[in-house]
Ligand binder design. Structure first.
Ligand code: GLN
Length: 485
């Protein structure tokens, strides 16, 4: 089946003229338009431009000037500006916003020849862990429509899991690539902070936000990361580090690799089935020559409170630009300027976003800055130090991605603490700026879950290699909701 093929296989098939880019894109458009009414994975489709681009790529292919990924159908999380396309960040605030320029990520992937078939659904301004905070309604998990796909990149995860596109982009501020990847049974990697340009990516918490690929396999993720990564003069926080060819990192033997087993990640709060699956994976890595070393990350227990001060604080500043004046939602018949600001923001933002703006403004206010924001930053430093110590002993750290498999729609919406606890294993790598990926490692009661690999700065290649070695020996990443239905 075309939609089960890897990027490399598709490129081979296109080279051998088994099908054209147009046929390929039409195949995915047909799947997406069939499935979207029930999954709600897309906010906007770009089928028309996708078809035209596919014809163009066929022409470039026939005259030998096609770029490296010519014809690969993808989708972008609706947080990336795409010129001429509605870009909402899942919010009513931006429901009428047509981006006048494209994000660097969008531009790079398009220059490489990928074709976007649509913009995927997400939690409003990427705040959430279940996709239930989207103004455009929740996304359903393709494995079971009763459960959430995770969030905030739930639309991208559901679209890749249901094979509505070959791959998708996501963003991860506290887990939003890895947690939905885990819950939908796909591969996702959040690279080192600064590895990928944030230019044109609608800001949530700027010191934590990072884009990354969401794919069927580690190999596909390496191929996309090759394109997405790199310095961008438009983003002063992007790193001026050379980009390795990540696909060349995928054939390293595991012999001698030191894997950290973080004791704080296991035990209380973790579904025992997930722990067993991770232990099984560790035994497999050991059999392939890796050494397992117990490590400790003692400050991890403070990560959630620290994150839920820092992220809202940054969000409260970033979201102050939505004032009803320059662009975005404006209330009807304002009586004066104060009324315009107040009602545009009250009506344009959803509840979770408003709650975070309030918490963030409070934490940054003169009287409470030291007690909350400064404390949270101190915890952030302790977390970074823990990792620095751990990486003196090991090359990669292994753990769960999520405490459980996907939960039921509506189950946690009235319990923010339990929703925030979803991020317990993912948030620390954002606070430290480290790269981390999630890869399918098991199933429980028909729902997939992932294993998380955290690496040292700019060590994405090693994370992807470990996942690839695992995927060479296992089939978890090949399971699909269709095949197992
Ligand atoms: N669930 C976390 C939050 O709500 C992380 C979201 C994200 O990574 N964008 O902030």
């Amino acid at each position: 089946m075309i939609h089960e093929q890897s990027i490399r296989e598709i490129l081979n098939s296109l080279d051998k003229k088994e099908y054209s880019c147009r046929e390929l894109v039409d195949h995915f458009i047909a799947r997406a338009s069939d499935a979207n009414a029930s999954l709600n994975a897309f906010i906007t489709d770009t089928y028309e431009t996708a078809r035209n681009e596919a014809d163009h790529m066929d022409m470039l292919r026939s005259n030998g000037t096609a770029p490296s990924l010519a014809g690969i159908p993808i989708a972008h999380k609706d947080i990336f500006c795409a010129r001429g396309v509605k870009t909402t960040a899942g919010s009513l605030m931006l429901d009428n916003f047509v981006a006048p320029y494209s994000a660097t990520v969008v531009e790079k992937l398009s220059a490489a020849g990928t074709i976007s078939i649509g913009k995927t659904n997400m939690d409003e301004f990427a705040m959430g862990s279940s996709n239930e905070n989207s103004h455009y309604g929740p996304v359903k998990n393709p494995w079971s429509e009763k459960v959430v796909p995770g969030g905030s990149s739930g639309g991208s995860a559901a679209a890749v899991a249901a094979r509505l596109c070959v791959a998708a982009t996501g963003t991860d501020t506290g887990g939003s690539i890895r947690q939905p990847a885990s819950m939908c049974g796909i591969t996702g990697i959040k690279p080192t902070y600064g590895r990928i340009s944030r230019w044109g990516m609608i800001a949530y918490a700027s010191s934590l936000d990072q884009a990354g690929p969401m794919t069927k396999s580690a190999e596909d993720a390496a191929i996309l990361l090759n394109i997405m990564a790199g310095y961008d003069e438009k983003d002063s926080t992007s790193a001026e580090q050379p980009v390795p060819d990540y696909t060349k990192c995928l054939n390293e033997p595991l012999k001698g690799l030191k894997l950290g087993f973080c004791k704080e990640y296991f035990g209380d709060g973790l579904d025992p089935k997930i722990e067993i699956a991770i232990q099984t994976a560790l035994r497999q890595f050991e059999a392939q020559g890796a050494e397992i070393i117990e490590i400790s990350l003692p400050s991890s227990k403070h990560a959630i409170p620290a994150y839920y001060v820092i992220a809202p604080a940054e969000a409260s500043a970033n979201l102050s630009r939505y004032d009803g004046v320059r662009y975005g939602y404006r209330c009807e018949t304002p009586v004066d300027l104060a009324d315009l600001y107040k009602r545009s923001r009250s009506e344009g933002f959803g509840d979770e976003v408003k709650q975070r703006i309030i918490v963030g403004s409070f934490a940054l206010s003169a009287g409470y800055y030291d007690a909350y924001y400064k404390k949270a930053q101190q915890i952030r430093r302790l977390i970074k130090n823990d990792f620095a110590q751990a990486f003196e002993q090991v090359d990669l750290i292994i753990g769960p991605t999520t405490p459980s498999t996907a939960f039921n729609l509506g189950e946690k919406t009235s319990d923010p603490i339990s929703m925030y606890l979803q991020d317990i294993y993912t948030i620390t790598s954002n606070l430290a700026g480290l790269p981390a990926g999630s890869f399918p490692v098991g199933m429980e009661a028909g729902l997939p879950f992932g294993l998380q690999i955290i690496g040292n700065y700019f060590d994405e290649g090693r994370i992807l290699n470990l996942a690839h070695q695992f995927q060479l020996e296992s089939d978890w990443h090949r399971l699909t909701p269709e095949a197992t239905a």
